[in-house]
Design a protein around this ligand. Structure first.
Ligand SMILES: [Zn+2]
Length: 200
């Protein structure tokens, strides 16, 4: 039986690298993979361009073309496209950004086409709330795995993401910042609280 996987972690844990490694492993055995990223990962794309192609980039320089999942799901007969492509696996990067309907469409790919789907993404946003895609994946995935990372400020395991805007932690605002100069760091709960409530 094919399964839906959700592999989550905080920022900078190498999720995209893990995805590219999985794709490579399949392909080195002569198997076919279909690779997606979310339309909302606008870092490397021209948002006015309507084509289906995006890109997955890793911090160590590896990259690969990927289809934009939300746009792909709007194309006619996308289930046939996957079925006729005889794919051995579907891989999805930035899965936290997916709308719930997109996750349900992936559930159908698993259940109706018997193709395994592996989604990589963040679990919680910088306000420490679930992303829509992550919530749906936690509810529907057959297998949930965590990639562990270490807190930026101490040696504990990071479980949260902190938004840094111009060098200062930020705890309120829109979940997805478009074109801002913010960055995100993985932090543990204690370090997150320390900075949020200003105690030492
Ligand atoms: Zn810490």
């Amino acid at each position: 039986m094919a399964k839906l996987f959700f592999i989550h972690s905080t920022m900078n844990s190498g999720k995209s690298l893990d995805l590219l490694k999985t794709a490579h492993n399949y392909e080195s055995q002569g198997k076919k993979v279909l690779v997606f990223t979310s339309d909302k990962d606008t870092r490397y794309m021209d948002i006015n361009n309507n084509d289906l192609k995006g890109i997955i980039k890793t911090r160590i320089g590896l990259e690969r073309e990927a289809l934009l999942l939300e746009r792909f799901l709007k194309t006619e007969n996308y289930m046939d496209y996957i079925k006729e492509g005889n794919y051995d696996c579907v891989l999805v990067d930035e899965a936290q950004f997916l709308p719930r309907e997109a996750v349900l469409a992936l559930v159908d790919v698993v259940d109706r086409l018997q193709v395994p789907v592996i989604c990589y993404g963040l679990k919680n946003d910088f306000r420490n709330q679930l992303f829509e895609g992550s919530e749906a994946l936690l509810l529907f995935a057959d297998k949930i795995q965590e990639i562990k990372t270490v807190c930026t400020y101490c040696d504990r395991k990071a479980t949260m993401n902190m938004r840094i805007m111009n060098g200062v932690p930020e705890f309120d605002g829109a979940q997805i910042q478009m074109g801002g100069n913010e960055s995100y760091v993985p932090v543990c709960r204690q370090c997150y609280k320390k900075r949020k409530y200003n105690y030492s």
